[in-house]
Write a protein that binds this ligand. Structure first.
Ligand SMILES: Cc1cc2nc3c(=O)[nH]c(=O)nc-3n(C[C@H](O)[C@H](O)[C@H](O)COP(=O)(O)OP(=O)(O)OC[C@H]3O[C@@H](n4cnc5c(N)ncnc54)[C@H](O)[C@@H]3O)c2cc1C
Length: 320
């Protein structure tokens, strides 16, 4: 099955693409968890489905003698397997996420070789967040430190340059590379200008398109696109949207993702009796955001599902 690249899809389509991201289920679940997430959205013809990557976490077990023992666990494994299963069972292009954190360059190369054997053409390349409990991401020795380094490695493979220089009769890969962009700047960035500078370096290194971090005020996206274009970043910029689902997210989303919630949205959330009502507010807000973005002429609308899609279905019904 020859898969279309995200950028080819955008170029050939006369309307904005609909796509969504899902998380591999927690260890112990089977593929039905994935089907339950995807099936309600199939009728809206998703152009592609992203599958996030979760690096290992450190947990501490208390031993009988009271001492703590460190244990490494990956709670959501399966990004590559799930990507292949979706691609071949549903016939929809998939976009597995590839991260720097936890991988040496050799391990990354091997993962890319696996993905290439599976006929997967699209990747979303991000650095990865620091593991829970850590403030900064420490790259593996011989690993990539920033997304730009990972983009460069994939671009090298796209040109047939493997880490072992003596490989003969090589076949090059042909990955289409997406990267993350932050309309409200990345949390570790000293300012927007610096963040745009590094975003441009990712594009110069070979990124073909950008997917944005979530935002709740479209003006942030419009300004971001304007600033990117002024800097010479001319690849498609797909807005990423996350419908609000709980009252708690008024605190957790700004804390975790460094994004602002507009006052009008906050007022609506505060009026809600419970999280069921908040979910409805989130749907309505995302529909309004999407309609305005479609008018602006975005290349696609990309939804963060966090594993549940009843709300994304309502949004899709409201806009597609
Ligand atoms: C669309 C999208 C999907 C995501 N999917 C996942 C996922 O599946 N799994 C996951 O763990 N996380 C995911 N994330 C979160 C992401 O890993 C974090 O936001 C991470 O903290 C930064 O990733 P990045 O690729 O933007 O990093 P980078 O581009 O490396 O940037 C990180 C910070 O370093 C700065 N910087 C960049 N390059 C350099 C350099 N060469 N020197 C100095 N500073 C530099 C940037 O300005 C920024 O502040 C996703 C984010 C987005 C937007």
């Amino acid at each position: 099955m020859n898969e279309m690249k995200v950028t080819e899809h955008i170029a050939r389509s006369d309307k904005a693409l609909f796509s969504f991201e899902l998380l591999p289920p927690l260890k112990g679940q089977d593929f039905s968890a994935i089907q339950n997430t995807i099936d309600p959205l199939i009728e809206f013809n998703p152009a592609f489905i992203n599958i996030t990557y979760h690096q290992q976490e450190v947990v501490y077990d208390t031993l009988a003698n009271g001492l703590m023992k460190k244990r490494i666990v990956r709670k959501r494994p399966g990004t590559v397997g799930i990507s292949a299963a979706i691609k071949y069972r549903y016939g929809i292009p998939v976009v597995p996420h590839i991260i720097c954190g936890g991988f040496t360059r050799e391990e990354t190369e091997n993962a890319l070789i696996d993905l290439n054997f599976l006929g997967i053409k699209n990747l979303l390349v991000v650095r990865g967040d620091p593991p829970v409990g850590m403030k900064t991401l420490v790259p593996e020795p011989e690993g990539n430190a920033h997304a730009v380094d990972l983009v460069k490695q994939i671009e090298q493979l796209n040109q047939g340059h493997y880490l072992e220089k003596e490989i003969k009769n090589y076949r090059s890969t042909d990955f289409c590379i997406g990267v993350g962009g932050y309309p409200e700047k990345h949390s570790e960035s000293p300012n927007l200008e610096s963040d745009l500078h590094f975003l441009k370096r990712k594009v110069e290194a070979g990124a073909d398109y950008i997917v944005t971090q979530m935002f709740f005020d479209n003006q942030k996206y419009f300004d971001f696109v304007k600033n990117c274009r002024a800097k010479g970043i001319d690849v498609p910029i797909i807005p990423g949207l996350k419908p609000i689902t709980t009252q708690n997210q008024m605190i957790s989303l700004p804390q975790t993702f460094h994004v602002d919630l507009p006052e009008a949205l906050v007022k609506e959330i505060l009026k809600c009796k419970d999280n069921h009502d908040v979910r409805e507010v989130g749907v309505e807000w995302a529909i309004q955001q999407s309609k305005e973005l479609l008018k602006f002429g975005v290349p696609g609308l990309h939804f963060y599902t966090m594993g549940k899609t009843d709300n994304i279905r309502k949004i899709a019904k409201g806009i597609l």
